[in-house]
Design a protein around this ligand. Structure first.
Ligand SMILES: C[S@@+](CC[C@H](N)C(=O)[O-])C[C@H]1O[C@@H](n2cnc3c(N)ncnc32)[C@H](O)[C@@H]1O
Length: 235
């Protein structure tokens, strides 16, 4: 509970959060019906993530997934031999992920919380992965997101991202407009230039559109998403 006094930066962020919908409850409703035909509800990993492992670009290690949803990528990572921590703000999503991990007989350490509340060991992750969470993060939290990725990655660790490609998916409004409208209108579209600028503190390894996968491929692939792989510079 807050007394609505702003003492510091974190209080400002919380005040801005409170202008918007309650994220956890909204996503719980979203996940209530698992059979509603949402493409990323299928138990299939991202095609780009599979490519990183199949080509040896990424090897198994300690992994953190941000906004893991129903756990399809977390389960894939665990199957590759990674030790996996995975967080999501929605209880329904975490319950789904827990069931899936049990079905696949793999271990995933799930946390039901906002990624900004995670208490993890700094500089301990070989890979941080985000499939579709960043475009739902409010602009005032973007700096915290960057700081989280930078703080948690080992030197030389990788950060993988899939995100709405502006022009194909997502709201094309400025950050300031999000606050005028008090809405991100279902998620922000990002241009290539904007993403590369936001993550310019990391080394860019791969950047392309997600490949649209064919039915029966058992991989998730939608062409309206960017896929990006960055690396934290080794000291
Ligand atoms: C588009 S869904 C993608 C889910 C999953 N990554 C997948 O691709 O199957 C975005 C997810 O981000 C989660 N999310 C949004 N904001 C979050 C936050 N601040 N902390 C943790 N999870 C968050 C939502 O609950 C939702 O599960």
């Amino acid at each position: 509970m807050t007394d609505e006094t702003i003492y510091g930066h974190e209080d400002t962020l919380k005040m801005l959060d409170a202008l918007f919908r309650e994220e956890g409850e909204w996503w719980d409703q979203f996940y209530a019906d698992k059979n509603k035909g949402i493409p990323f509800f299928k138990d299939q990993p991202d095609e780009n993530l599979v490519e990183y492992f199949d080509t040896g670009c990424i090897t198994p290690g300690k992994t953190l997934e941000l906004g893991c949803g129903g756990g399809r990528n977390a389960v894939y990572l665990a199957k590759q031999g990674c030790s996996v921590d995975a967080a999501d703000i929605s209880r329904a999503a975490i319950d789904w992920g827990t069931d899936r991990a049990a079905t696949h007989q793999v271990k995933v350490n799930f946390s039901c919380c906002s990624i900004f509340e995670l208490e993890l060991e700094p500089a301990s992750y070989d890979l941080i992965y985000d499939s579709g969470c960043l475009h739902h993060i409010y602009p005032h939290r973007r700096a915290s997101y960057l700081e989280l990725v930078d703080r948690m990655l080992k030197p030389g660790g990788y950060f993988g991202l899939t995100c709405f490609a502006a022009g194909s998916m997502g709201a094309e409004i400025t950050d300031w407009e999000v606050y005028r409208q008090r809405s991100m209108r279902g998620g922000l579209g990002y241009t290539e230039e904007k993403l590369k600028t936001i993550f310019s503190g990391l080394e860019l390894i791969r950047f392309r559109r997600m490949r649209e996968t064919a039915p029966g491929e058992e991989l998730f692939g939608e062409a309206f998403l960017w896929t990006a792989l960055f690396r934290k510079k080794a000291v």
